[in-house]
Write a protein that binds this ligand. Structure first.
Ligand code: NOJ
Length: 553
């Protein structure tokens, strides 16, 4: 059936800004360092490996890279447990390697964002060791949240908070004489004690840490748990269990407290005191687009990850609603929206969208990439999505490292074993070559096994194949640079049949068919790129199922 594709009023202009910075429409590629490229053959990705592969990213056409934590760490949570915020873990290289990487990236025209982990340190951080050695109420304990337990003998946790990784958010300490002592708070693993941001020492230390990396030349920070640094006064009980399910759907005494904004304001002042456009990106789980927008008010951070979009199902009406709400909320504070489909904490979107059929997952993932790259604002790509990598769902339990897996399912016996939902399956090292040791990831194997089928998904296998996902991303990113209507700016919806989205930007139209059958539309313009082959009839075009196309008008 042919449908009218006529312009109708739709959203307000996405936003406007007098002086757009590079980040307003940047495509930022997430490098999960441990799994990107290994230079020394220990099976774990490192900074030298990443540096050697930067030309791939420059050639792909992204604007910036975000490097996940490479700091000194016992690796209880993939490096999000930092023991020294100014040191590079020997697993990943040296400070000199970090310096070289930043310099090489800049030579290639790429900005570099690094992670900062301010909500918690490692339990091996000198501060936490001092705190354990100190007495209750001592100065060294004031940098963390230590409390006496409840119950006659202090045998119960101080409140009912649960760890995001499962189990109580408190662990009891043992005093130097061997008797049970106070409890300390850890919203994540016990090896990640929460810092107390009421402590002036904590604030001063992180100012200094930020300066350390800014002085080294980084262009910004991805701020881990940016919504969690301030806890409600008195650490009140929540009153029920399964609290992890509430994250991102309501304000909790430990997440999205208003007090965090004052910290982000002070960080913004610090970032602005440096030359160049240095940015802060919030990893913040907020219940609504409006509350998320508070993190990107003009005097706060520059961007916040749009997890509402990431969580949105493959459904045109739902997608349109999230897009509208996101643009309206960030537009109201003059910030750009970010578009995120995957990261190192979630099941890869190809598999999320697959609904049991990997072919459908790939078709939808390719279409979703074109949709997001056509939307106003900035896009985050997670390494490997440009190769169409699926989640690996059959990793042997003994190789898993995600602490959430062990805290939820200590021996893999609760029905979760081997299932999606834990975070190793999206962290399997990238395949660079068709064959060879770990498909070119490194000379010494890889810390998680790559499926054999990944040979055909390698960078080498896909390069030059016009039908490959890699070439689709390359083509889309090249066009995005070339076309003035893309990136930051205005967008409106065109009328389209149910299940189809058609969005218009200056000189440009994007059509997305989310249905399982082809849809016939009037030809919107000159086809620029499509995630699946288009066929034409007189004056109409058939948009294949689960596909997206870009048009010049
Ligand atoms: C969010 C990070 O992305 C995740 O990997 C980590 O486990 C938690 N924050 C705790 O730092």
């Amino acid at each position: 059936m042919t449908q009218e594709l006529t312009t109708s009023l739709a959203t307000e202009p996405a936003r406007s800004s007098e002086s757009p910075g590079w980040w307003r429409d940047a495509v930022i590629y997430q490098v999960y360092v441990r799994s990107f490229a290994d230079s020394d053959g220990d099976g774990i990705g490192d900074l030298r490996g990443a540096r050697e592969r930067l030309p791939h990213l420059a050639g792909l056409g992204v604007d910036a890279v975000w490097l996940t934590p490479f700091y000194a760490s016992p690796q209880a949570d993939g490096g999000y447990d930092v023991a020294d915020y100014r040191a590079v873990d020997p697993l990943f290289g040296s400070l000199g390697d970090a310096d070289d990487l930043v310099r090489t990236a800049h030579e290639l025209g790429l900005k570099v964002i690094v992670d900062v982990v301010p909500n918690h340190s490692s339990d091996q951080h000198p501060w936490f060791r001092e705190a354990l050695a100190d007495r209750p109420g001592g100065a060294a304990r004031a940098r963390y949240h230590f409390r006496p337990g409840r119950g006659v003998h202090g045998e119960l946790p101080p409140n009912d908070w649960e760890s995001v990784f499962g189990g109580p958010a408190w662990t009891r300490t043992t005093d130097p004489d061997g008797t049970p002592g106070e409890w300390y708070l850890h919203l994540f693993a016990p090896q990640q004690p929460d810092l107390d941001w009421d402590s002036p020492e904590v604030r001063a230390e992180f100012d200094s840490v930020l300066r350390f990396w800014l002085d080294l030349g980084v262009d910004g920070f991805r701020i881990d748990v940016a919504h969690g640094m301030v806890k409600a006064a008195g650490l009140p009980d929540i009153g029920h269990t399964e609290q992890a399910k509430l994250i991102g759907s309501q304000v909790l005494p430990f997440f999205d407290q208003d007090g965090v904004h004052e910290i982000h304001r002070s960080w913004r002042r610090l970032l602005d005191s440096y030359p160049g456009d240095r940015i802060g990106v919030a990893e913040a789980w907020a219940p609504t687009a409006e509350r998320l927008a508070l993190y990107v008010r003009p005097d706060e951070l520059h961007q916040a990850f749009n997890f509402q979009f990431l969580k949105c199902p493959w459904d045109a009406a739902a997608m349109r609603q999230v897009i509208d709400e996101s643009l309206a909320a960030t537009g109201s504070v003059g910030a750009p929206t970010t578009w995120v489909l995957s990261n190192h904490d979630v099941v890869r979107h190809l598999t999320r969208y697959a609904d049991g059929s990997p072919e459908r997952g790939l078709a939808r993932a390719r279409a979703a990439a074109l949709l997001t790259l056509a939307l106003p604002g900035s896009s985050y790509l997670y390494q490997g999505e440009e190769l169409g990598l699926p989640e690996v769902t059959d990793l042997p339990d003994e190789l898993r490292q995600d602490p959430a897996f062990f805290r939820t399912s200590p021996d893999g016996q609760d029905g979760q074993s081997g299932q999606d939902g834990f975070r190793d399956g999206c962290r399997v090292p990238l395949p660079w070559t068709r064959s060879g040791e770990s498909h070119g990831f490194g000379p010494g194997g890889s810390w998680l096994p790559q499926p054999d089928t990944w040979s055909g998904l390698s960078v080498e296998a896909q390069t030059g194949d016009p039908d490959s996902t890699l070439e689709l991303y390359r083509g889309a990113l090249a066009l995005r640079r070339e076309l003035p209507g893309l990136g930051d700016g205005e967008m409106s919806w065109l009328q389209a049949p149910a299940g189809v989205l058609a969005l218009s930007r200056p000189g440009f139209v994007c059509t997305l068919n989310t249905l399982g059958e082809e849809v016939e539309l009037p030809v919107p313009g000159r086809a620029l790129l499509s995630s699946a082959p288009l066929t034409y009839k007189a004056g109409t075009v058939c948009i294949p199922p689960d596909s997206c196309a870009w048009w010049a008008i």
